[in-house]
Design a protein around this ligand. Sequence first.
Ligand code: UD1
Length: 416
Amino acid sequence: MEKIMVEKSPPLRGNVRVSGAKNSALPILAASLLGTEDIILEDVPRLKDVEVICEVLTSLGAKVEFLDRETIKINSSNIKNYETPYELMSKMRASFLVMGPLLTRIGKTKTSLPGGCAIGTRPIDLHLKGFRALGAEIDVDHGNIGAYADKLVGDRIYLDFPSVGATENIMMAATMAEGETIIDNAAMEPEIVDLANFLNKLGADIKGAGTSSIRIKGVEKLGGTTHSIIPDRIEAGTFMVAAAITKGDVVVENTISSHIKPVIAKLREVGCEIYENGDKIRVIGPDNLKATDIKTLPYPGFPTDMQAQFMALMSVCNGTSVVIETVFENRFMHVDELKRMGADIKIDGKSAIIQGVDELAGAPVKATDLRAGAALVLAGLVANGVTEIENIYHIDRGYSNIEEKFRNLGAIIYRK
Ligand code: UD1
C-alpha cells in the first residue's frame, strides 16, 4: 500500500493554483444525466471521486470522454440503465446523487445504500423525504433503495437540516417535475449555486439558489451546455492553513474569497496577514500563532470540511483552542492520529479542547477520512522527523496532485 511521507519542511513559499471544486463537480456530473445534448465540463478536478462518478454515468449508459486532463464531454441522450452497481456505490457516497436525475428523467432509480467517508451515520432520510413529496414511491430492502414515479409533481419541501446532498438531489429531481417545487431551509453552499447555474444553462428554471428557499419550476426537457466548475474552497483553505502552520508566505490562486470568509477570519485571529487581490489570496503566517475557537456550521458558517485542518494548526498554536463540530456527529477521528504526533487534545462530546504544544513529532499515522488526511499532511510539515501517512486513498479522493502542489511550495513530501 502506498504511503505519503512528509518531512519537517521550511516555511512554504510561492504560488499554488487550486483545482475545481470536488463538491461541485460531483453533483454537476450527476446532473449531466438530465441533458439530452452534449455537455462539456471544464476545470473538473482529476480525482478518484470524479473517476468513480464517471464510471457510474457510463454504467447507466452515458458517454463520458476526457477531452483533456480537466475537461469532460458527456452525452446522456441514451440512458439505458437505472440501477447503480453496488461496487461503485460503496466507494463513494456522492454516487447517491444520480437518484434525483434518474427519477425525473426516466421515472425509476435503484441503488444500494451509499458509502464514502465514515464520518457519522450520514442518513439519507431527507433525500427520500423530498422524493416522496414529489410523488415517488420509495422501496427499501436488503440495503437497496429504489425510487419510482410515473410522474413527479412539484411540492413545498422543508428540510429539517440544510443538507447539501438532499438539497442537490431534490433540486435535480424537481427540474422536470410538473409545476413548482419550493425547498425551504435549503443548503446555501456555493456548490448549490454552481449546480443551479449549470442546470439553468441546460434549460431548467431555478431561482433562489444560495438562499434558504429555492424555487424550481418544472420544464419538459433539458439540453446541453458548456460549464466551468467553481474553484475548490476547501483546497484553497487547506493551502492557506499550510502557509499559517509553516509560518510561510503563500499566494493561493483561483479562489473566490467570498466563499471562504470564515477561514480568512479565523486565520486572521490566529495572527496571519491576509491580502486579497482578484482571485488570489496571499497568506503570511505569523511567528507567534495564537489560539482560537471554531464552531462548524452549514454555509456561510465555518465549514466542517476545514475542521480537521484547523485542528492540526491549533495543535501548535500558543494557548487553548476549542472546536465544536455541529454538522457531523463523528468527525473527530483525526484526533487520535494527531495525538500520536504529540498533540494535546481532549474530546468532550461535540467539543475538542486543544492545548497548543511547542513541537509535534513525526509518526506512522492513518488518514481516517479525506480531510483528516489533509490535516495529517499539515501536521507533518511542522513535525520533527518523518510522518508516514497510510490509507492515502482518502486523500486522493479529494486532492488533485497534492504532493506536487506542496513540493512546489518547498514542502518535503513524497510517496513511498
Ligand atoms: C456534503 C459534502 C461534504 C461536506 C458536507 C457538509 C459533497 C459531495 N460532500 O456532504 O464534503 O462535509 O456536505 O458540508 O458535496 N443528514 C441527515 N439526513 C439526510 C442527509 C444528511 O440527517 O438525508 C445529516 C448528515 O448526517 C450530516 C448533516 O446532515 O450530519 C450534513 O450532511 P449533508 O449536508 O447532507 O452532507 P453531504 O451532502 O453528505
